[in-house]
Ligand binder design. Sequence first.
Ligand SMILES: [Zn+2]
Length: 436
Amino acid sequence: MDILIKNGVLVTMDKDRRVLKNFSLAVEDGLITEIGKDLKGEADFVLDAADKIVLPGLINAHTHLAMTLFRGIADDLELMKWLNEVIWPIEGKLEPGHVYAGSLLGCLEMITTGTTCFNDMYFFMDEVARSVKEAGIRGVLSYPIIALEGTDVDKLLREADEGVREYSGGDDLVTAFFGPHAPYTCPTEVLLKVRDLAEKRRTGVHIHVSETKGEVENSVKEHGMPPFQYLDSIGFLYDRVVAAHAVWVSTEEIGILRERKTKVVHNPVCNMKLASGIAKVPEYLDNGVTVALGTDGAASNNTLDMFDTMKTCALLHKISTMDPAAMPAYQTLELATIKAAESLGLDDKIGSLEAGKKADIIFVDTHRPSLTPLNNPVSHLVYSARGCDVDTVIVDGKIVMENRVVRTLDKDEVLRFAQEQALDLLTKAGKREPVS
Ligand SMILES: [Zn+2]
């Protein structure tokens, strides 16, 4: 075998919700081959997981990776002001090198905080793909389609289709979705073209929907109905649509989401920071809607730490429902693992520790004051652990980080390059220089 993990507490996230104490796990050819009490045999690498919680790598189901370069430059602003006055003018100056640098930085941050798979939507996707391959993690690249003034939408659709064809199926770490930005930036005919292409290529569609109250009010003005109802009326919604946010959604629309099996990505930190509102996550879950967790971009979060997102999610729904039993720890952890895998159509490959699945595995080091005593591993993962407690990361059967040393990327060089490219971008956009 390639890797033998010994003596770990395994939080499997499998159907039986098994938490296995002092268990071993074997990895060969990128797959988990066996989970057992005391596995024997020769292995290229033996990893002692004593004092570690071993769990499936976390999945960030909605982000804009290269926005790591925008970290901290636009805080404390309302969404449309944030987009119109800061984000979009800077994005207008983006070049491939900026996206490459920001994506490498994002990959480094995800690895060091235990995220092994993410769903991205951004510009210059080839640069994102390049960084993902160098980092050795798993990425779903949603090719952007946004019909702003002066945009050649047909060109974007062609590029998206080419990207999807290049990365469709197979065992590659990179897969591709179509990424129409939102119903308010893509006219009906564009959305329908995307829908047809996605069906033809048998892949997913990643879109922002109903993030703010204003968006819903505008949709009612323009289409006579709220966004999900409108999207359903044009035949856009189906089971491969991944809708980020879904904050302002009527009871009738929750029924539509359930019926169409459309997936929702909840971004609690971003929604709270931009004061967009509170998505009805417990209601979605009660109605059988698949919900995943995401960070959104680092400009509105401001980290990609999924541990932070899990804790925020659990706390937000407890206080918003005034029910401490809402969003219990296990259910919250599901949204960042198996449910997130389901939302991306990858649950046959990732999201749980089971023989036959891809070996995307992380260790959380519990030999820390804040994680002792280890009374309840699942509770610790959601309420006590932080991304920096992740000690080891394995993706596709390869050790990407061990004892907090990243093997695939040169940390100092990635940080230097990101700093340099952020300065270059902000200078070109005429914004103030970041403090270096
Ligand atoms: Zn977003």
